[in-house]
Design a protein around this ligand. Structure first.
Ligand SMILES: NC(=O)c1ccc[n+]([C@@H]2O[C@H](COP(=O)([O-])OP(=O)(O)OC[C@H]3O[C@@H](n4cnc5c(N)ncnc54)[C@H](O)[C@@H]3O)[C@@H](O)[C@H]2O)c1
Ligand SMILES: O[C@H]1[C@H](O)[C@@H](O)[C@H](O)[C@@H](O)[C@H]1O
Length: 339
């Protein structure tokens, strides 16, 4: 593409993430502008588009993508709507930043991957923003030096203050643990081969019937184990922590001790309350990197293969949750486009 003009972006889904990405493209990132905002809720699309000069509001993603001032698409609608948006973007051969999950299940992710292969080139970056977080990047760089030896275990903690009212027990895995699935694959460079899920008696802070928290164990083809505590109604804060145990040492991130005070007989600091706080810089860097790469005509970052692998692992995780026991992950052979 290699362009001087700002990249024209259509943002699909003007909810919490979509509106935040519109603000980011408009005010934080250079080299791009939001030319269209799409939401099935016309009023929401209008309200978000109204905040950006020259931006139009739409309810139909396909119509918005056909506009001549749209060069790229950012998908921030709910997961079940991603497949249709991605296939519409492919029809116009547009580059896409697709929020996680790529799609909610392996079969739909596979359809997207096949459609991208039919184009003959990569078009999609999946919104696994932890790869752009400074702490995660430092941890990965350390592991790559080999200083600590071979990674044996990765312990992850993922806590949200309160899950949305529509959250199901399966969504703790497909919507939330999806991040640790990607982080495990990316940090260790392994594929995940099997999933086991154990649940304690649910927290009294969780809505009736929701299995929250859950303990998820991921086995990898490199012989490592990665465990995830997912607790979406912990009530006290947003915490994402990881500790890698290697043969000669350990490394951990997400302690969140940026500012610690000693005061009136106590010491303490603040706990982030949600992802927009904890990962603010990561989202900025993710979108900036995507815009820069797209302007150069390149596609970088988490690929459709990564989105598909995460969907397949999460699907196995949901089966393990619902049926019990250890469920193996069944991945197709990695297509040449993603090697
Ligand atoms: N990377 C992260 O940390 C992170 C954080 C939160 C959400 N997300 C992801 O971002 C996406 C959006 O989440 P959210 O929290 O903003 O949800 P949200 O419910 O706040 O917003 C979704 C919006 O999409 C609209 N919508 C629904 N179906 C649509 C369709 N077919 N076409 C166009 N618009 C449609 C809804 O009306 C709503 O305005 C999800 O995929 C979610 O998993 C990622
Ligand atoms: O959609 C959100 C988002 O992906 C957050 O990063 C995660 O912490 C939440 O658990 C999930 O529900």
């Amino acid at each position: 593409m290699n362009r001087r003009e700002p990249l024209g972006i259509a943002v699909i889904g003007a909810g919490r993430m979509g509106a935040d990405h519109v603000r980011r493209i408009d005010r934080v990132v250079s080299g791009a502008r939001v030319t269209a905002v799409v939401d099935i809720d016309a009023e929401r699309a209008r309200a978000v588009a109204a905040g950006v000069d020259g931006c139009t509001a739409h309810t139909d993603p396909a119509a918005a993508m056909a506009a001549p001032d749209v060069d790229a698409v950012l998908v921030a609608s709910p997961g079940p709507a991603h497949e249709a948006a991605l296939l519409a973007a492919f029809e116009h051969d547009l580059p896409v930043l697709c929020e996680k999950p790529l799609t909610p299940d392996a079969a739909s992710a596979l359809r997207v991957m096949e459609a991208e292969q039919a184009l003959g080139h990569r078009r999609v970056q999946v919104g696994f923003m932890r790869r752009y977080d400074a702490e995660y990047a430092e941890l990965k760089a350390l592991l790559e030096t080999g200083r600590l030896g071979r990674p044996l275990m990765l312990h992850n903690r993922h806590r949200n203050v309160a899950g949305p009212s529509f959250f199901t027990s399966a969504m703790l895995i497909s919507d939330s643990v999806a991040h640790e699935v990607d982080a495990t694959r990316w940090l260790l460079g392994h594929e995940i081969t099997a999933v086991t899920v154990l649940c304690p008696t649910p927290s009294s802070g969780a809505p009736d019937g929701l299995r929250d928290p859950q303990f998820v164990v991921l086995e990898t083809d490199g012989g490592a184990l990665s465990d995830v505590e997912i607790f979406v109604n912990c009530g006290f804060g947003y915490q994402v922590r990881a500790e890698v145990v290697c043969e000669r040492g350990t490394a951990r991130i997400g302690e969140g001790h940026a500012l610690v005070t000693d005061e009136a007989g106590h010491w303490g600091g603040a706990i982030a309350q949600d992802w927009t706080d904890r990962f603010a810089q990561a989202y900025d860097d993710e979108i900036r990197t995507w815009v820069d790469a797209t302007r150069r005509g390149e596609v970088t970052g988490p690929s459709t293969w990564d989105g598909y692998a995460a969907a397949a692992v999460c699907e196995a995780g949901v089966r393990a949750l619902e049926e019990g026991g250890r469920v193996e992950v069944d991945l197709v052979e990695k297509p040449a486009l993603y090697r």
